[in-house]
Design a protein around this ligand. Structure first.
Ligand code: RP5
Length: 190
């Protein structure tokens, strides 16, 4: 049995409640064969752990950090302040303001410490993982190959299903639980 690969991507989130969103980043990295770790570290509930995580990330071998948070979402920016690694921020949907608060908190970093910001919710989590893979693909040829295959599969899925409401020969009603949210994306019927 071979030793598990050291993680290249760190997925962090401010609360256990964020996992429902952030698991889509984990699923996407797993599908692409990218080794990752996932942790709950909160900027305001466990600031010491958050600082230690960010400060040690580079020397532990991580190449990219994906940080998800909701509400007054300062985790991505605070993490970015303690590392030179690229930080990809995912705004988690919030009950009070539907994630617009999370989005604005993450995207409006003042000049000097960047956080790449993605869409609210699942789409942002999936795309943050794809972007992390694209960053890694510049150094790791196998990741580039897997990412290219993922794109081709996504394209093929759309071409194979040109009739609205019919996916792989099966009728799907709008809003049906099995309806694909985006062709080729993890966790869909594509
Ligand atoms: C943030 O507060 C977390 O990122 C989460 O999205 C939000 C709510 O956290 P819980 O009250 O559900 O733990 O820190």
């Amino acid at each position: 049995m071979s030793a598990p690969e050291p993680p290249l991507v760190g997925i962090i989130m401010g609360s256990q409640s964020d996992w429902e969103t952030m698991r889509h980043a984990a699923d996407t990295l797993a599908r692409l064969g990218v080794a990752y770790e996932a942790r709950v570290v909160s900027a305001h509930r466990t600031p010491d752990e958050m600082f230690a995580y960010a400060a040690s990330a580079e020397e532990r071998g991580l190449r990219v950090i994906i940080a998800g948070a909701g509400g007054a979402a300062h985790l991505p920016g605070m993490t970015a302040s303690k590392t030179l690694l690229p930080v990809l921020g995912v705004p988690v949907h919030s009950a009070a303001l539907q994630g617009v608060d999370s989005l604005l908190s993450i995207v409006q970093m003042p000049a000097g410490v960047p956080v790449a910001t993605f869409a609210i919710g699942r789409a942002g989590a999936v795309n943050a993982a794809l972007c992390a893979a694209a960053i890694l693909a510049t150094s790791f040829a196998p990741v580039a190959a897997t990412l290219r295959a993922y794109r081709h599969e996504q394209t093929d899925t759309v071409r194979r299903n040109p009739v609205p409401g019919i996916v792989d020969g099966r009728p799907l009603s709008a809003g049906h639980a099995d309806a694909p949210q985006s062709p080729g994306a993890p966790g869909t019927t594509a």
